[in-house]
Design a protein. Structure first.
Lengths: 65, 320
């Protein structure tokens, strides 16, 4: 029973939908940071943000629906 | 009956033509193995022309390699190329030029494209003819478009300046679209909008045609005004398609090279130097191969990220 509830908890946490949305948000933020004209610091960290989003997207796309 | 005999005869001819040794070897293969046999050449080709250069570029991006100094010692410099790019104000400026170009082309293409699609969806007399006429610019090669717009933009002989002069009364030789610092970015935006609005229009038209008529009929029964129907039915239901068009054009314009190179080559100065032009200059004029490899990887990751969002949006549209 405990194992079942643990499995369902893991299943609830690792659902594709919200994680994919989070990855998309990272990619979107990264692209905006790359092209914005306001702060060089944001531009500097843009690639890392986009890369995080892309890696995250590739991983979470394997999660169950 | 005849239809069945021809393939049989062909199969028999092939069977007799196949050397017995080869036939015996193939006969022992499973369906999966035969499928792999067919896929393997394509896989090898893809690995050779896509995957291998990508891995090689990633490797080069961590070195100081210069393609014009092949005898020089290649040193690993870690993340130095990436740090240089991501702290370089000139490359940041190129990114802003790209953003300016992407933002305005997408805005104009979406607005004009959607309006045209909305008008063509009315199905008036001769709408098929007008759809074909509107689609013509999209079918032309960017090289052709770039060259003839260069002629159109000529201040002395170009038609564009005369049309502007006709409507505004400004002397046609008093301004130069390609040579002016303020007008050069707009000259590229105008050409790209002229060429790719039909594409956005096509996607929007598909979206508008996918809205069932009964929804509008129900709205009319409820006495909803045309304006209300537009904002509550047309726009929400066509939105996934519009998003698809925006994302696709965004990705394409982010890596735009041909049109900019043909029209302005990044000039005057560096006003129209978009990211791909900077990349070309670093790679083939300054010969900083390692540096430009790192820059290419940064652009690749960005486009790959946008493509992921595009595929996600495409799946949402498909599931509708």
């Amino acid at each position: 029973m405990t194992e079942m509830s643990q499995k369902s908890l893991i299943g609830r946490i690792f659902r594709r939908g919200p994680w994919e949305t989070a990855a998309t948000a990272f990619i979107g933020a990264g692209v905006l940071m790359l092209m914005q004209p306001f702060a060089l610091a944001l531009y500097t960290w843009s690639f890392l943000t986009t890369l995080t989003g892309v890696v995250m997207f590739v991983i979470v796309s394997k999660f169950p629906e | 009956m005849t239809g069945n005999h021809i393939p049989d005869a062909l199969a028999n001819r092939l069977a007799t033509a196949t050397p017995p040794k080869l036939a015996a070897r193939v006969r022992g293969l499973s369906d999966k193995a035969i499928a792999w046999l067919f896929i393997t050449p394509t896989m090898i080709l893809l690995l050779a022309i896509n995957i291998f250069p990508l891995i090689w570029t990633i490797r080069l991006s961590f070195t100081n390699f210069r393609a014009n100094r092949t005898n020089a010692v290649v040193k690993g410099i870690g993340l130095d190329n990436y740090t240089s790019i991501l702290t370089d104000p000139d490359i940041w400026a190129a990114m802003q030029s790209t953003a300016h170009f992407v933002f305005w082309t997408i805005t104009m293409q979406t607005l004009i494209g959607f309006t045209l699609a909305y008008l063509l969806d009315r199905k008036f007399r001769g709408h098929g003819f007008w759809t074909t006429i509107i689609l013509i610019p999209m079918m032309l090669s960017p090289a052709v478009v770039g060259n003839f717009w260069r002629f159109l933009y000529q201040p002395q002989i170009g038609l564009f300046n005369y049309i502007i002069s006709f409507f505004t009364g400004v002397d046609p030789s008093s301004f130069e679209m390609i040579g002016s610092v303020t007008l050069a970015p707009w000259s590229i935006i105008i050409v790209d909008t002229w060429m790719w609005t039909p594409y956005v229009m096509l996607i929007c038209l598909a979206g508008l045609r996918s809205i069932p008529d009964y929804i509008y009929e129900a709205a009319e029964v409820d006495r909803a005004s045309t304006w209300r129907q537009f904002w509550s039915i047309t726009i929400p239901m066509a939105l996934p398609f519009i998003m698809l068009a925006v994302l696709f054009r965004g990705i394409e314009n982010f890596k735009m090279f041909d049109m900019v190179n043909l029209l302005t080559s990044g000039g005057p100065g560096s006003t129209t130097e978009v990211a791909s032009i900077t990349l070309k200059r670093e790679a083939f004029e300054k010969w900083r191969t390692g540096f430009s490899s790192a820059f290419a990887i940064i652009l690749f990751v960005t486009v790959f990220g946008l493509a992921n969002i595009y595929v996600k949006a495409l799946n949402q549209v498909k599931s509708r």
